[in-house]
Design a protein around this ligand. Structure first.
Ligand SMILES: [Zn+2]
Length: 308
């Protein structure tokens, strides 16, 4: 019996570059992590990724493909990063080619949150579904859309920016240009700023701290998390009206806030949805943890490797 096919996925982050070697059934054969070069210069980043990949390929030479998940806008042909908020100065960076030249293998590029969504769909909380949405709560709020079991990329590769659903047209302005986007309420720094106001406590400096307080029974922290959940739930309601998904997977650090956040989401959906859309919807926390991005990038490598 021949061994399972496997691919290598790389998750390019502002702080770490993570790698995972993953088989078709989702088994992780190897995992590595290196620090993203300070300054995040394109050549230095490509060099570090190339070195990491070369090491992994020596140990896992039969990899059928290499996928890279990158933050920011990835062009429709998935050759380059058009721009990335985490990597200032990166404009139309041909990352696919830069890495392929270094490792002499075919390389495929995808948006990092799309990779997260792909991994959760294939091996995580959305496994077995045909219509799935994913939201990743972090510095910003990212999204991914799975339609008929496939990642939906849109006309220019930019689809799935679910964090920029507006829930208040007169709300605070978002870096994207729109007003009242859910990112503006749930992105880490805005989440913390709102918590400082609502809890009248300037010493709150991280989402984890609010979660800890809620877990220890702090009523104000619990109420705050429920309220943020309701904002997210209002956006989920709009998304349900558009996509009629079977499951919405919520990932990223804040999704660890547990029950109060999810209670708020469910409450808003209950109050706002078409009843017919409501009955089947599942709102689930992501399952794969911090390696989901690298695993999803490996899924991109597995899929692309098939067409070689
Ligand atoms: Zn926005």
């Amino acid at each position: 019996m021949s061994a399972e096919r496997y691919a290598i996925g790389i998750d390019l982050g502002g702080t770490y570059i993570k790698a995972a070697v993953v088989t078709e059934t989702g088994m992780v054969l190897d995992e590595r992590q290196v620090e993203t070069p300070a300054g995040r210069q394109r050549e230095a980043v490509a060099e570090k990724m190339g070195t990491l990949l070369t090491k992994l390929l020596q140990k896992h030479p039969e990899a059928v493909g290499i996928g890279i998940g990158s933050p920011g806008l990835v062009d429709a042909e998935r050759n380059m990063i058009r721009e990335s908020p985490n990597f200032p100065g990166w404009k139309n960076v041909p990352l696919r080619l830069m890495i392929a030249e270094r490792v002499k293998r075919p390389v495929f590029l995808e948006n990092d949150v799309n990779c997260f969504g792909l991994a959760e769909h294939r091996w995580g909380a959305g496994q077995g579904s045909q219509f799935m949405l994913a939201l990743a709560l972090g510095t910003g709020v990212g999204g991914a859309v799975i339609i008929n079991g496939q990642l939906y990329r849109g006309s220019s590769g930019a689809a799935g920016e679910l964090g920029h659903i507006s829930v208040d047209m007169q709300g605070p302005q978002c870096p994207c240009g729109n007003y009242g986007c859910i990112e503006r309420y749930l992105g880490n720094k805005w989440f913390v700023a709102a918590a400082q106001v609502e809890l009248t406590d300037k010493s709150v400096t991280s989402p984890e701290e609010i979660t800890r307080r809620a877990e220890s029974g702090d009523a104000a922290a619990i109420r705050f998390l429920e309220g943020r959940g309701e904002i997210l739930g209002a956006a989920c309601t709009s998304l349900m009206n558009i996509f009629d998904p079977e499951v919405i997977v919520i990932g990223g650090g804040l999704a660890q806030s547990g029950e109060p956040l999810f209670r708020g989401i469910r409450k808003a959906i209950q109050e706002r949805s078409y009843q017919s859309l409501l009955k089947e919807i599942k709102i689930l926390p992501a399952k794969l943890g911090k390696s989901a991005g690298a695993r999803g990038a490996a899924a991109v490598g597995l899929d692309a490797g098939e067409t070689q």
